[in-house]
Write a protein that binds this ligand. Structure first.
Ligand code: RI2
Length: 323
């Protein structure tokens, strides 16, 4: 059996260890890994497809929630699988490059549409770190809009600090708050804008834990709530009734935030520490998704999934873009 290149194993470890994170970045890293795996392959042509499937399986196991990950894998696998054995490697290389281009193009469009949505003066409430959101805010600010951003800490992994750093470096005023202050500060905002890890065909948003609290508070306060969601984040499997799995990470991410003494005390008490990292926001609390196809109401998610992603291929859940 042909061994998988070290680089692929490293990328997989970086994704599961959150050194590579964010749904868009994860999709890109996965397509890059498949590309490297194909380029480095030196075995027999007829053994290429099973080899690429082993690469795919390794990558699929890294994180379960961000749908852009399986969408990237199946986009490449389905195109490789339909090629004859002696053309499979070239097909994988071509499909990986196409997918990387797709990630880049859709990100650029989301940033363009999202920045148009932002008014001349806004106080934007955000949660966690989404590259689609920060790049959109930075573009709107460069376009001359007067913006202030309120960002949560986003416990336990504290991705809020990445948002804080990126926006401050771009000269945007940022206010940093604890997650427990969401309802207090949402009233100061003119819009809420978060990222997306997965969107179901019935319009539910799966995003960083705490997002549903932001949405609920925004709904109560009458603040519009948007999510930046490239179409590669929509879940074709949800159309067939599959739930998106919510990832539970190691409890040490939570206990690690305490002093050693408190952590020891907690562990001594043998309490169960649970660390779910995503939650579900219902479509009625979402004003719109900012996608690469434009700004769409959550009720149109089914159209995005059905018409643009389509369903076919390996194990019935590859995505196919009809050009
Ligand atoms: P972009 C992140 O998850 C956040 O939940 C964020 O909203 C989402 O990915 C999308 O990020 P994590 O990887 O693709 O930090 O917009 O668990 O960067």
């Amino acid at each position: 059996m042909v061994l998988l290149p070290d680089e692929i194993v490293r990328i997989a470890q970086d994704i599961s260890g959150m050194r590579i994170r964010g749904a868009g970045r994860i999709a890109k890293a996965v397509a890059e890994a498949m590309l490297i795996a194909a380029q480095k392959y030196q075995g027999k042509p007829e053994e290429f497809k099973p080899y690429l499937k082993r690469v795919a399986e390794l990558l699929l196991k890294t994180r379960p929630t961000a749908v852009s990950l399986p969408n990237a894998v199946y986009y490449i696998l389905s195109r490789t699988d339909s090629a004859p054995p002696n053309e499979a490697r070239d097909a994988a290389i071509k499909a990986s490059r196409e997918f990387l281009q797709l990630v880049e193009d859709s990100h650029r469009r989301v940033v363009e549409y999202g920045s148009r949505l932002i008014g001349d003066e806004e106080v934007i409430f955000t949660h966690c770190h989404s590259k689609a959101v920060t790049d959109t805010i930075i573009k709107a600010s460069r376009d001359g809009k007067k913006l202030e951003v309120i960002v949560t800490e986003t416990r336990p992994f504290l991705q809020g600090r990445i948002t804080l750093r990126e926006l401050s470096a771009a000269g945007i005023k940022v206010i940093h708050i604890p997650d427990s202050a969401i309802r207090v500060f949402i009233k100061e905002a003119t819009m809420a804008f978060v990222g997306a890890d997965a969107i179901t065909s019935d319009g539910y948003l799966i995003n960083k834990i705490g997002t549903s609290i932001v949405a609920l508070a925004a709904y109560e306060a009458g603040v519009p709530f948007y999510s930046a969601a490239e179409t590669i984040k929509f879940s074709p499997m949800s159309l067939m009734g599959s739930d998106v799995e919510i990832e539970f990470r190691d409890p040490s991410e939570i206990t690690g935030l305490y002093s050693a003494k408190i952590a020891e005390e907690l562990l001594g008490l043998k309490v169960e520490v649970l660390n779910p990292v995503f939650d579900l926001t219902p479509p009625n609390q979402i004003t719109a998704y900012v996608t690469d196809l434009g700004v769409i109401p959550p009720q149109l998610s089914v159209v995005v999934v059905r018409q643009l992603l389509g369903i076919s291929g390996i194990r019935g859940h590859a995505i196919i873009h009809e050009d």
